[in-house]
Design a protein around this ligand. Structure first.
Ligand SMILES: [Ca+2]
Ligand SMILES: [Ca+2]
Ligand SMILES: [Ca+2]
Length: 459
């Protein structure tokens, strides 16, 4: 299992609906261009019942898949839903033979604040030849859900956590001051809640037996807080005695970030390699919250990854080190997406890029690309650009690996939006990549902030 295999990138065709509903089967779905999350178009699941699906061919070898998408309502639409997202396994005759993932976003969770949902399927069963991504919506009247930027990509393991969405309360987790809750979860019915306490911890230990030695791990989760809360999230390596060997992930979120978001905010982060002698890993959330704050965690996952984050100084903690900036700067602020710093483009625009070295023998392999971004000018829209390009050993351009052009509406308070995409397979001769962000002038003002840039090899 430790030999890596080639990665196809996103299995879906037309994943951002830029060529309408081509490749998708749909019922009661239309297109909108008023407020796309990315590009020019989004799929709009219209009032009442609606569904949207696409079948993709699978490799013969069983694999787990990462599903990610952006969901939101169009302006002046109240509490649509519920929205179901599902990945079904189909045999060679396209008969459904199992379900790899089924999640439900309840009424009230999908708002005009775009939310990025990511989750992991089980491993596909032996007879599976296709996977079907299926979105279905109930509701009535003129409620509408917009969907954009759908990603379905193979990952190296299923979710290694048990009870990752708190559907069985806090079983399998060790909690201090966290309680189980069935109020306002992001997904399905359960979530973990910290209330009326200033400090809480929530942790789960995972055996690394069966995982390739020195593996990296992708940790994903969603957090919500109504008042100031300071969460720290960690992945701790443990030896056979349960003693700490070091930390693969150790990051914090500033106190004000979640409170101003007014909904769940999702995070994806990749660890460094597990050290020799690590037999288990501990996922740990430690939270300091002000009195009467409600702090929720939902939808946690941990999967094996081929590489760590290839982007250096991805948090901008060391200013512009490793980055080449033209009219872009680093700002220290209470509302960073993670930790204390983020990159900023002012109204005059600018660019920011980093040359990233790929791991050896990366040709044919795909990479996960993710970042958080926001725009500060209310009642205005800007379309910054994020792209990854392949480079050869001489620094020559070998083509586009990934391109994301968000349509960002200015909000008050400022809201982070999270984009998660996959590159296609790296071409022959690709040894590096250029990760670039830029923004054009916005004549009426407004800054674009970027944080937590992630590029990591999937398989
Ligand atoms: Ca789109
Ligand atoms: Ca849940
Ligand atoms: Ca940061």
């Amino acid at each position: 299992m430790c030999g890596s295999s080639f990665g196809p990138g996103n299995l879906l065709q037309n994943p951002g609906f830029e060529s309408g509903l081509e490749f998708w089967y749909s019922n009661n779905v239309t297109l909108a261009d008023t407020v796309p999350a990315e590009g020019t178009q989004v799929a709009t699941m219209n009032g009442g019942v609606a569904c949207l699906s696409q079948d993709v061919a699978l490799d013969l070898r069983p694999s787990a898949l990462l599903l990610s998408f952006i969901a939101y309502t169009l302006p002046n639409v109240e509490d649509p839903g519920p929205l179901f997202a599902e990945v079904q396994w189909l045999d060679g005759e396209k008969i459904v033979i199992g379900s790899g993932l089924r999640i439900r976003m309840n009424e009230g969770m999908i708002t005009d604040r775009r939310i990025t949902i990511s989750d992991i399927t089980t491993r596909s069963p032996g007879g599976a030849r296709y996977a079907r991504v299926l979105f279905s919506k109930g509701g009535s009247g003129d409620d509408q859900v917009a969907l954009d930027q759908v990603l379905l990509v193979p990952v190296r393991s299923p979710n290694l956590l048990r009870n990752p969405g708190f559907e069985a309360g806090l079983s399998d987790w060790q909690a201090e001051n966290f309680t189980s809750s069935y109020i306002a979860p992001l997904v399905n019915n359960g979530n973990a809640l910290l209330t009326n306490a200033d400090i809480g911890t929530l942790k789960q230990d995972i055996s690394l037996s069966g995982q390739c030695p020195r593996s990296h791990y992708l940790l994903g989760f969603s957090l919500r807080s109504n008042l100031v809360a300071l969460p720290v999230f960690s992945l701790i390596w443990l030896d056979w005695r349960g003693e700490e060997l070091g930390r693969g992930i150790d990051e914090f979120i500033s106190g004000g970030t979640l409170a101003s978001q007014d909904n769940f905010l999702s995070y994806l982060t990749v660890s460094g390699p597990a050290p020799l002698g690590a037999v288990s890993a501990r996922v740990l959330f430690s939270v300091v919250a002000v009195e009467n704050a409600g702090f929720s965690i939902d939808e946690v996952f941990l999967v094996n990854m081929e590489s760590g984050n290839l982007v250096k100084n991805a948090e901008f903690a060391d200013g512009l080190d490793f980055w080449q900036a033209d009219y872009a700067k680093v700002v220290e602020g209470e509302s960073a997406y993670t930790e204390s710093h983020f990159a900023q483009f002012s109204l005059i625009g600018g660019s920011l890029f980093q040359l990233v070295e790929l791991p050896p023998l990366s040709s044919g392999h795909s990479f996960l690309f993710s970042f958080a971004i926001r725009f500060s000018k209310r009642n205005d829209i800007t379309k910054p650009m994020a792209e990854v390009r392949w480079l050869d050993i001489f620094g020559r351009d070998l083509g586009l690996a990934a391109s994301v052009i968000p349509s960002l509406s200015g909000n008050d308070p400022l809201l982070w939006e999270v984009f998660v995409v996959s590159t296609g397979p790296a071409p022959n001769g690709a040894v590096a990549a250029r990760v670039l962000f830029n923004k054009e002038i916005t004549v009426f003002g407004g800054n674009v902030d970027v944080d937590h840039v992630l590029l990591a090899r999937l398989e």
